[in-house]
Design a protein around this ligand. Structure first.
Ligand code: ZN
Length: 292
């Protein structure tokens, strides 16, 4: 297992972690500058942040600073109630692939979606099996497009508490079943993003990481699970402040040959987004050394 204690060579910052500084929106160009100043070599930006700053401008900044993208957030949300909705999702996902390509991302992260309408507060139906089949179909379609662009797709299984509204793929096993179905040759075009926040509790985690193997492990996301957790979405903890044994999981991932970035992804309305972004980045660097 790699020694992270001496440097932050393999640290990536998911830019949602500092999307707010002292409670105010922080534009992506400023986030990029702040990361570059600290010798952070990689980021993973969100599409809304890129759109606000302009794709060309972000692309220019990323290149001028020599930043890698450990991933691009995000594609997915494949489910809908009708053909028109499915087509909208398909077109939007293709644009996400194009943007990821322009930014030279290592993968496009997929949060696959769940019951249509649930995120807005009213689910159109209760048929999770239907949603799961739409997700598989959506990924299959996108995979053909992404292969031509040479952009790997990383399915991110989300914690089961999001099964209704954000993602109906909730375990590594489920995600890998889809991978095996759509990409049986393990071509590298389709894999998983292992986010410790979503999968740490899973008794099958170690076995499923081994099943994934090198070719399917496309991204590794870190933060921590706080006790208590006060918000289902935006109360993620800084590494070392919660109950996840992050080094153990990193060890399992690296035992398969994963040698990429550890991407810090913290949504924290009440705490970290209230702090100064520079202080948050400095803390990420310190905890990457001590707790990842
Ligand atoms: Zn994640």
């Amino acid at each position: 297992m790699r020694d992270f204690s001496q440097d932050h060579h393999w640290l990536s910052i998911n830019t949602a972690t500092v999307r707010k500084s002292r409670g105010a929106d922080l534009p992506l160009p400023q986030i990029i500058e702040a990361c570059a100043r600290r010798g952070i070599r990689a980021i993973s930006p969100w599409r809304d942040q890129v759109a606000a700053a302009g794709l060309n401008e972000v692309s220019r900044l990323v290149r001028s600073h020599g930043l890698a993208l450990s991933g691009y957030c995000r594609g997915g949300m494949f489910t809908a109630t009708d053909e028109a909705g499915l087509k909208l999702a398909r077109d939007d996902n293709r644009r996400a692939v194009d943007e990821a390509k322009e930014l030279n991302a290592l993968c496009l992260v997929l949060v696959v979606g769940a019951l249509p309408g649930a995120l807005a507060g009213k689910a159109a139906h209760k048929n999770l099996a239907l949603s799961r089949s739409q997700v598989t179909d959506g990924i299959a379609d996108l995979l053909e497009y992404a292969k031509q662009a040479d952009m790997p797709l990383a399915i991110e299984p989300l914690h089961p508490m999001y099964a209704a509204d954000r993602a109906c793929i909730n375990t590594m096993e489920q995600a890998l079943d889809v991978c095996d179905q759509l990409d049986p040759s393990k071509s590298g075009a389709l894999g998983v993003a292992v986010d410790v926040y979503h999968v740490w509790w899973d008794p099958k985690l170690q076995a499923q990481i081994a099943r994934a193997g090198r070719s399917r492990l496309l991204a590794f996301h870190v933060c921590d699970w706080l006790t208590p957790t006060n918000d289902l979405l935006n109360d993620r903890g800084m590494m070392g402040d919660g109950v996840i044994d992050i080094p153990q999981i990193r060890g399992w991932v690296e035992a398969q040959g994963f040698a990429g970035f550890s991407e810090v992804e913290i949504f924290s309305t009440g705490h970290w987004w209230q702090r100064d972004a520079g202080e948050v980045l400095d803390t990420c660097i310190a905890r990457h050394r001590s707790a990842v």
